[in-house]
Design a protein around this ligand. Structure first.
Ligand code: GDP
Length: 445
């Protein structure tokens, strides 16, 4: 996420490292680096101007106060300012106090609205215990209705689609009848998916506005593809003026977005970013936290999100059980297999490792990380007998050869897995004895 921007900012801070004091000249140089980095990341000019102005003033202040550790001071100033332009404090969704909460999704075609409808539906159902109805008011794109039905089924929520009597052919009628259906049937939330075009056009805007007027939603979420670069500002402004929205969802943040859309949209439209979409799967969806995002951009990691993801995958009892096995050195290959499955539930390994502080410096390793490696490891452990999984020390040459044949791998791979497992088990045991503290991760703030 925002790799180039991260690298450029890190490079400009490097210059300040080891400096005893900060001069105004240092500040000017750093600010001008930051300015270029932001512009190259397609951040909107007015946002860049106000950002650099703030950073310059505060950094001059730090220079005058002859503060210690100028490098860190500047990183902190930039971090604070990034949080500010990303929206400052978080905002919760507006839920209706009576009757269903009505949400409408708007955005260009391909922005990720239909996918988001499923993600939001699943999230509201599982995290907020809401009964959710998705409404298929995108009648422009062939297959949009079927796609929403598929997504709804996967998310475990109901879908209202146009049929005779449900306003077939007229998106405004479909939206209205869908909302009414939600009211009479006691749904907690109704999410209306609307049509988008490849570019902004007046007909689409009028239709979206008519839907908004017909259903009077509590939230209008504008879905913005983070990969679009410079067009983001223009599109956002067109939707703000044409339809109006109460919040933004940034999609495709898993891709190689430069950051411009994410960093500009709040400043340009005044609407907060509420969610981030980070993949094609229904679970690839997060609340948007400006402070965590700033931290990721500055390569300081996102430990909070990592912990939350882990908490979702592990119950408290599972975590305790694991901890005690690790501490007593009783962790077996069988347990290891279970852990691999748990981690799989948390999403891709790459994504998880990417949330660690300093991930930017191991980007190449991350990019080359081969998820299929995990499948091979699983195959190896599956080919072992329960006794072998419990005690790998009984693995002699002929057992290893048998496992290699059974798993379609090589004896070398078995050897390396067993060795790494034993090393890891020893390390985790000694870590658990030291109160479970992680080894120093270095870097960061
Ligand atoms: P809509 O036209 O706005 O409804 O967009 P869709 O929901 O159909 O999404 C368009 C394409 O983008 C689909 O292929 C989705 O799978 C994909 N997509 C949606 N959200 C994300 C995301 O967060 N990350 C990635 N990588 N792809 C996404």
């Amino acid at each position: 996420m925002f790799n180039t921007l991260s690298d450029r900012l890190s490079a400009s801070f490097k210059r300040l490292r080891g400096k005893g004091v900060l001069t105004e000249h240092d500040v000017d140089e750093t600010v001008s680096d930051i300015r270029r980095a932001l512009l190259d990341a397609d951040v909107a000019l007015p946002v860049v101007r106000s950002f650099t102005k703030q950073v310059r003033e505060k950094a001059y202040g730090a220079a005058r106060s002859e503060a210690l550790n100028p490098g860190q001071q500047v990183v902190k100033i930039v971090n604070d300012e990034l949080i500010e332009i990303l929206g400052g404090a978080e905002r919760e969704l507006n839920f209706a106090t009576k009757g269903p909460t009505v949400m409408m999704l708007a955005g260009l075609q391909g922005a990720g609205k239909t996918t988001l409808a499923g993600k939001l539906g699943q999230w509201l159902r599982t995290e907020h215990d809401k009964r959710v109805l998705l409404v298929a008011a995108d009648l422009q794109r062939p297959n949009a209705v079927t796609q929403l039905q598929v997504v709804g089924e996967r998310a475990g929520v109901d879908v209202w689609a146009p049929e005779p009597g449900n306003g077939i052919g007229d998106p405004v009628e479909v939206a209205r009848t869908g909302r009414d259906h939600a009211i009479t049937n006691g749904y907690g939330v109704v999410i209306v998916d609307t049509a988008g075009r490849l570019g902004v056009d007046t007909e689409m805007m009028e239709q979206a506005r008519a839907i908004r007027e017909a259903i009077d939603p509590h939230e209008v979420l504008f879905v913005l593809d983070a990969m679009v670069g410079q067009d983001a500002v223009q599109t956002s402004v067109a939707f703000r003026d044409g339809v109006g929205f109460t919040g933004v969802v940034l999609s495709k943040l898993d891709g190689d977005a430069r950051g411009g859309a994410a960093l500009s949209v709040r400043g340009v439209t005044g609407a907060p970013v509420l969610f981030a979409s980070t993949g094609e799967g229904l679970g690839d969806f997060e609340r948007f936290h400006p402070d965590r995002m700033a931290s990721r951009i500055l390569d300081m990691g996102d430990i909070l999100t990592l912990i939350e993801t882990a908490e979702k995958a592990y119950t408290e009892d599972e975590a305790k059980d694991l901890q005690s096995k690790l501490a007593q050195g009783k962790f077996t290959l069988e347990d290891f297999l279970t852990q691999l499955n748990q981690i799989r539930k948390m999403g891709s390994m790459k994504k998880l490792l990417g949330m660690l502080p300093g991930a930017g410096q191991m980007r190449e390793a991350l990019d080359n990380f081969d998820e299929s490696q995990i499948t091979r490891i699983e195959a190896i452990v599956h080919s072992m007998t329960p006794a072998e999984r419990a005690d790998p020390s009984i693995l002699n040459g002929s057992r290893r050869a048998r496992i290699a044949r059974g798993s379609g791998t090589t004896v070398q791979e078995i050897n390396s897995l067993v060795k790494r497992f034993e090393d890891a088990r020893r390390m985790m045991q000694s870590m658990s004895r030291n109160g479970g503290a992680l080894p120093s991760m270095g870097g960061g703030g």
